[in-house]
Design a protein around this ligand. Structure first.
Ligand SMILES: C[S@@+](CC[C@H](N)C(=O)[O-])C[C@H]1O[C@@H](n2cnc3c(N)ncnc32)[C@H](O)[C@@H]1O
Length: 257
């Protein structure tokens, strides 16, 4: 019998507007369950090791301390959560959450005493309000069915002085870099990644399309503001191929304070 996760989930019709597909979340989960065994290897090879640097930089920019309680959303196989746990000083707690069973199962295989893993949907988190001082998400928000609802959930679980740390692909602003990036990302990466992973889900055709059709930096900043974040910083990395967004949960100032 064919494993349903090995069936093609992305094809030309639904890739025209991947973020508008009604059952995007179901397709995203099936795709990540399918590519989980080779996910980290493909990332390292196709980014020439830059992905590890981008996550380390996100951790540095978040300036965690020993009292922080970090939630890493859409944690995948756990690379960013582990980078947080390796920070010095290390946060008191790092929880990794992902809705794809095959990804979180691999994350849970490598752990340290301050780390916890949980299979959960980022749009409906099983946590009470204000549980975390930092919520991170690397290459995850682009995959959400509803980006604004995802940002609202991040805001809800953050403590009043908490901050969001979002790492995501972006379009380089310089013309030449953008042209080179598009050529590599659209033409070469899908072929190389599909060959290594032997993927049949269409994951590496979805990847460039989902980046190119995703919200712009200013749209992301506006959405973060709309759900209540303030002091938003945008840090481009590696010619702007990746960006770290830092956003502070707005303090509620008492009247007459
Ligand atoms: C590109 S991977 C990123 C994984 C990891 N953060 C990293 O840096 O390698 C995207 C992850 O987002 C997860 N994801 C997408 N939508 C989600 C949702 N609604 N709730 C939880 N996880 C989600 C996928 O299962 C996948 O593991």
């Amino acid at each position: 019998m064919t494993d349903p996760d090995q069936q093609t989930v992305w094809h030309e019709q639904n890739l025209a507007e991947p973020h508008a597909v009604r059952d995007k979340a179901r397709r995203v989960r099936a795709m990540f369950n399918a590519v989980a065994p080779t996910y980290e290897l493909v990332n390292t090879l196709t980014s020439f090791g830059r992905d590890a640097y981008w996550r380390r930089r996100a951790v540095e920019l978040s300036r965690v301390t020993g009292t922080d309680r970090v939630l890493d959303l859409a944690c995948g196989t756990g690379d960013l959560a582990r980078a947080f746990a390796a920070a010095r000083p290390a946060p008191a707690l790092v929880v990794g959450a992902d809705f794809a069973g095959e990804m979180i199962r691999r994350a849970a295989g490598t752990s340290s005493p301050a780390m916890r893993w949980c299979q959960a949907d980022a749009l409906s988190l099983p946590f009470l309000n204000e549980q975390f001082t930092a919520v991170s998400c690397a290459f995850g928000v682009r995959n959400l069915q509803d980006l604004k609802a995802g940002f609202r959930e991040v805001h809800r679980v953050l403590s009043p002085d908490g901050r969001a740390v979002i790492l995501e692909f972006s379009n380089p602003s310089a013309k030449v870099t953008r042209a080179l990036f598009h050529f590599y990302f659209n033409r070469m990466l899908p072929a190389i990644a599909t060959l290594i992973s032997r993927d049949r889900s269409g994951a590496y055709r979805y990847l460039p399309r989902s980046v190119l059709r995703f919200a712009s930096r200013s749209q992301i900043v506006n959405l973060l503001r709309e759900v209540g974040f303030e002091r938003i910083e945008v840090h481009p990395l590696t010619f702007g191929i990746a960006v770290v967004y830092l956003a502070a949960k707005a303090h509620i100032h008492p009247v007459n304070a």
